[in-house]
Every structure is written in C-alpha cells, then in structure tokens.
Ligand binder design. Structure first.
Ligand SMILES: C[S@@+](CC[C@H](N)C(=O)[O-])C[C@H]1O[C@@H](n2cnc3c(N)ncnc32)[C@H](O)[C@@H]1O
Length: 317
C-alpha cells in the first residue's frame, strides 16, 4: 500500500494541540520530529542510556500524518487548514505550512521483522514465532517470541547476559520476579528451564499484552506466569502486594540509573540467599551499579560482560 505523507511545520509548544486537532479531524496517528531531548522517563522506557549529540533545540517541530494514497484527502486537508487558521488566532503555531510527499510501498508496522531471525544462546533456540525450526535445531530448548512493540527479541546483549545467569540459578522451586519484563522473554525462558512461577512487571502496557501472548505461544500454563503493570519504584503498595521475601530470583534488565534506585527497594522482595540478576548496564556505569548493590547489603557474586554491556549478579546475605 502506498501512503501520502503530509508534513506540517510548526513550533514545539504547539505540537500537542496540533496533534490532538488532527486526531479530532480523523487522522489516526501522527509522527513528531523535533530537537527536544528525551525526558528521563522516555529514556527509561526506550532503553536509551547514552544519547547521541543532537543539535540544540531550535523550537521547530514537524508533524506528519499518513493517508492511504487511494483515499481522497482533499476534504480532510481543507478541514485541517481551517482548524489551523482558527488555532493561529488563539496562539502562536508557527508558519504551519503543509508539504506532501509519497512514501515507499512498505509495511511500516512489520518491517522490523526482517531483521529478527532465529538464533541460539548456548543450547536455547530463540526464534520469531513466525519462523519454522530448522531440522538441526529440533533438540534445542525452543522459545518463540513476537515482541510486538515491546522490548525483548532476545537479540540484545543485555537479554543474553540475563539468560546465561538465569540458567545458572533456576531450580524447579524457583519463584522469579522479572522487573521490566518487556516481551516476557526472561520469564518464559526461566519457566521453560523449570522455574516454578514467574511474575513480570512493566511500566509499558504493550509489554503486558506481549508477555501474555508470548506465554501462550510457548504453552506456559496460566497459573505459572502472571504479568502486572506497575512501577515498584513509585508504588509502595505494589511492592507489598507482590510479596515480601518471596522471590528466589529477581531479574531486572533495565538501565543502570533505574537499577541503582531499584536495588534497595527490591531487596525486600528477595528471599535470604536469593539472587538478584541485573543487566542493561553500559560498561561505564558498572562501578556505580556495583557500589549501589554493595551499599544495599547484597553480596556481588559475579560480573559478566558481552560487548559494551555488563551484568551484575548478587546474593542476599
Ligand atoms: C531493556 S527492556 C528489557 C525487556 C526484557 N526483560 C529483556 O530482557 O529483553 C527494559 C524494560 O523495562 C521497563 N521498565 C523501565 N523502567 C521500569 C520500572 N521502573 N519498572 C518496571 N519496568 C520498567 C521498560 O518498559 C522495558 O520494557
């Protein structure tokens, strides 16, 4: 399908009001480009620790929307122009010129799938749910994943570091807490390795749906895996309700700064003798995480590396 792209030049202060005006007029989604740096909360959800240098914010924003090229958009565009004119009487919305172009004939939602191919982490085969298993891989422990828009195909170094640590400590009685579960991959691997139960937590609603769907595809019984939305860093009630001193393993593949705040909190949910497996730590932040772990009274048992990423495993004394 080909799409006509309409790009509107405005100012950053007007992004929200113009986006919502477009949606009110029937546009299904908008794309915003500006030079405003990501907020701390955006960075955590998008797993971005170090930002590339970007040009200084020039207050200019481009808002684009796409319409099927087969559809006559003239009435919509007239309505957009009328609404923008009215809006410009109330506030500064910049020049609000509209430029149109045609996009390539691509499936934008599913395009990333061509880069996700099956791979192994030691003897575990991780494959996209839409691929067939190769004959030589039939003996491997197979995990099928479709992350959707959540994080976690398993291809990222940080996820693989966690999987290798989980393999060392999972037993058939393990109760696992997976903080920042994303696609659910770490919980699903743990349950396939024989863990008794897993609870996944995430702040991203897409992660909750993806985890549930992936659990089903992997034939994980409902009673073995629960997923909950929530931020244990900010919600004291959540911390109590998921169980104090309940978990044999807490795994968290989140950015270093989140791990540093999470460590003293999650300690209470971990059993004495339980393991805390962290990853998502860019090498330059290793020391800060190790210091936070030591300070909270946990004992660091191992630090492992893959590429520029670090995983710290600790034990509750
Ligand atoms: C790097 S992804 C990890 C996904 C998956 N566990 C993996 O290893 O591939 C980090 C996840 O943590 C979530 N997250 C970030 N901060 C969080 C918090 N305070 N509590 C729970 N989840 C959080 C993000 O939404 C994201 O899904």
């Amino acid at each position: 399908m080909k799409w006509n792209k309409y790009t509107l030049k405005t100012i950053t202060e007007a992004e929200d009001i113009i986006s919502s005006t477009l949606m009110d007029l029937g546009v299904e989604g908008v794309e915003i480009e500006d030079k405003v740096p990501l907020s701390e909360s955006d960075k955590k959800q998008m797993f971005v620790d170090i930002l590339p240098d970007i040009e200084p914010d020039d207050n200019i924003a481009y808002i684009s929307f796409y319409i099927d090229s087969e559809v006559d958009a003239s009435e919509l565009l007239e309505n957009v122009k009328t609404e923008l004119k009215e809006l410009s009487n109330l506030m500064d919305i910049g020049e609000c010129s509209i430029v149109s172009s045609q996009t390539e004939d691509k499936d934008w939602i599913n395009n990333w799938k061509q880069y996700f191919k099956q791979f192994t982490v030691d003897d575990i085969l991780i494959k996209p749910s839409w691929e067939e298993v190769k004959p030589e891989d039939h003996e491997k422990l197979m995990i099928q994943i479709d992350p959707g828009t959540a994080f976690g195909t398993g291809m990222h170094e940080t996820t693989q570091l966690c999987i290798r640590q989980l393999k060392k400590y999972i037993t058939k009685t393990t109760k696992l807490l997976d903080v920042g579960c994303g696609s659910g991959i770490l919980s699903i691997v743990s349950l396939k390795l024989g863990a008794d139960h897993a609870l996944g937590l995430d702040i991203d609603p897409n992660a909750i749906n993806a985890s549930k769907e992936n659990a089903q595809v992997n034939h994980i019984p409902d009673e073995k895996f629960n997923v909950q939305i929530g931020n244990i860093l900010e919600d004291g009630e959540l911390q109590g309700s998921i169980g104090i001193e309940k978990y044999d393993i807490v795994v968290a593949n989140i950015l270093a700064d989140v791990l540093i705040s999470l460590t003293p909190i999650i300690l209470k949910n971990l059993k004495t003798g339980g393991y805390y497996i962290t990853s998502g730590i860019i090498d330059m932040k290793e020391e800060a995480v190790v210091t936070a772990v030591n300070k909270s009274g946990l004992e660091v048992v191992e630090v492992t590396y893959q590429g520029e990423w670090v995983s710290v495993t600790a034990r509750k004394k």
